[in-house]
Design a protein around this ligand. Structure first.
Ligand code: HEC
Ligand code: HEC
Ligand code: HEC
Ligand code: HEC
Ligand code: HEC
Length: 197
């Protein structure tokens, strides 16, 4: 049976068949990867790079990262605070003006998201001295926001382990008291119930 199948596959038509199947599988995989990494179509192509380079702080537009349960996306009222004084030009600003005129909320597509059964809050991370860029990448080079990595459990745990390892970076003087603190923090930051409850 196996030999018979092998004979069929070894004939020219069989080989072409294998080639076509391989091609379909491969192009499907490439397409899937490209889809997963492509930034979504946003209602307005908001240029992060331009605004960040103007010196506007991340927290001016996403204040909830420090103060609220979630960072939030600015409403058109905040955009309009500046843009009513700026010439409406290009392809995107007329869209913004239309949202404002119709008093319609801009339906931004969320990109940085973890599932509902995961407990993530920004505040302890910012308090621990992390920068937005540590998790969101170099936003000052992005137009439409794109995650620099998949935000999955392995990603969370890798950082939680790295930040609590007893090594020269976290404990330069190899102080036993610091080592004990790091160990206690490691237990907490890798405990299932810290992120799931
Ligand atoms: C603190 C002020 C400020 C805020 C807030 C702000 N912008 Fe801007 N934005 C600017 C400035 C300044 C420019 C550059 C204008 C120029 O180069 O002519 C700009 C440029 C833009 C451009 C590019 C325009 C072009 O020439 O193609 C778009 C699109 C845009 N902003 C959308 C938005 C949206 C949407 C929001 C709200 C989420 C927003 N902006 C919030 C100040 C602001
Ligand atoms: C002028 C306002 C403005 C500034 C300044 C700004 N952002 Fe944004 N941000 C937006 C808007 C509007 C969106 C929604 C459009 C998009 O996803 O590209 C957004 C989306 C995001 C998202 C994805 C949100 C989601 O729903 O998934 C992240 C993460 C983010 N910004 C991080 C940053 C960081 C980090 C900085 C500073 C380096 C920054 N932003 C500066 C307006 C701003
Ligand atoms: C430790 C990693 C980490 C750091 C540091 C971090 N973020 Fe996030 N951010 C996340 C994760 C994870 C999510 C998804 C959260 C969710 O789905 O509840 C997220 C979501 C967001 C969103 C979309 C959520 C929303 O409210 O719509 C914005 C905007 C954002 N972050 C901005 C920022 C800004 C601005 C900073 C810096 C002040 C920052 N983040 C720092 C990991 C981080
Ligand atoms: C880049 C590093 C980094 C990443 C990525 C990261 N964290 Fe953290 N996380 C930290 C640090 C540092 C602390 C603060 C530890 C302390 O208390 O000093 C922390 C604290 C926490 C806390 C608070 C624990 C407590 O009770 O005080 C929770 C919950 C948490 N992280 C969940 C997550 C989840 C969920 C993800 C992934 C979606 C994630 N973190 C990704 C570094 C990270
Ligand atoms: C630092 C935060 C963190 C800790 C600690 C953590 N998880 Fe998760 N977990 C996540 C995130 C984020 C996701 C969602 C993304 C994903 O599926 O990887 C997740 C997803 C899951 C899922 C769903 C998997 C799936 O494929 O849908 C299960 C089950 C799970 N975790 C179990 C656990 C168990 C059991 C522990 C303890 C041994 C644990 N987690 C500890 C952050 C964490």
């Amino acid at each position: 049976m196996i030999k018979k199948l092998f004979n069929v596959l070894n004939q020219p038509l069989g080989r072409i068949g294998i080639f076509i199947i391989a091609l379909v599988v491969l192009s499907g995989a490439v397409w899937g990867i490209a889809q997963a990494q492509k930034p979504p179509q946003q209602p307005i192509q908001f240029p992060h790079n331009l605004h960040v380079r103007l010196g506007i702080q991340c927290l001016y537009c996403h204040p909830g990262a420090l103060r609220g349960p979630s960072p939030g996306i600015p409403t058109e009222t905040k955009c309009w605070g500046c843009h009513q004084q700026i010439a409406i030009q290009g392809t995107e600003l007329p869209k913004l003006a239309a949202y404002v005129k119709n008093n319609q909320p801009i339906d931004w597509v969320p990109v940085a998201q973890v599932p509902d059964f995961v407990h993530f809050v920004h505040r302890p991370h910012i308090a621990a001295g992390l920068n937005c860029e540590d998790c969101h990448g170099n936003v000052s080079n992005m137009t439409v926001y794109q995650n620099p990595q998949v935000m999955n459990m392995g990603w969370c745990l890798n950082c939680h382990r790295a930040k609590t390892a007893n090594n020269p970076q976290n404990n330069p003087t190899n102080d036993p008291a610091v080592a004990a603190k790091l160990e206690a923090l490691r237990v907490k930051l890798t405990d299932c119930s810290t992120c799931h409850y």
